[in-house]
Design a protein around this ligand. Structure first.
Ligand code: FES
Length: 158
């Protein structure tokens, strides 16, 4: 994914060009792109006058920063014990196939979906469970997972 230099410049102009504004500049970039593209991180470092290595150190230290693109919809499948016992691994693979995701976790090429594994989501009685954006879906099975993705796909169609 390439980002527009003009968009990055417009964001950086909002922050004074000094090292103490690095974190704010990175937050501004993430707010705009939903992650921190490498070229934008480089531009932020130049703007505030710190070495690129410092920018990477900060961006990788704070969990709030994302260095990978995030999809419009975020699907987190619980792999905790209760969900595992009730078929979470198969459920996860169903989501992967449905989204045609090449890697084990990550974001689809069209940036519509991100899929990841998480630990207990705190609603084990509804296992197996997945969180889609901010909503918990329990008692899932492969059929329900398939329909869930289809519904979301319709929402994000242009
Ligand atoms: S183990 Fe999945 S919600 Fe607790």
């Amino acid at each position: 994914m390439s980002v527009s230099f003009a968009r990055v410049e417009a964001i950086l102009e909002r922050f004074p060009p000094s090292p103490e504004h690095l974190i704010e500049a990175l937050q501004g970039i993430q707010a705009e792109f939903n992650f921190i593209p490498p070229e934008a991180l480089r531009a932020a470092c130049q703007h505030v006058g710190v070495p690129e290595s410092r920018g990477w150190a900060v961006a990788t230290f704070y969990k709030a920063f994302r260095l990978e693109p995030k999809g419009e919809h975020d699907i987190s499948v619980c792999m905790g014990t209760a969900c595992h016992v009730r078929g979470a691994a198969n459920l996860y693979q169903k989501f992967r196939r449905q989204l045609e995701l090449e890697n084990e976790e990550g974001t689809t090429r069209d940036l519509k979906f991100s899929l990841s594994k998480v630990r207990c989501l705190g609603c084990c009685s509804m296992a197996p469970v997945a969180k889609v954006d901010e909503e918990i879906h329990g008692d899932l099975n492969q059929r329900k997972a398939g329909s869930l993705v289809k519904v979301l796909e319709r929402e994000v169609e242009p």
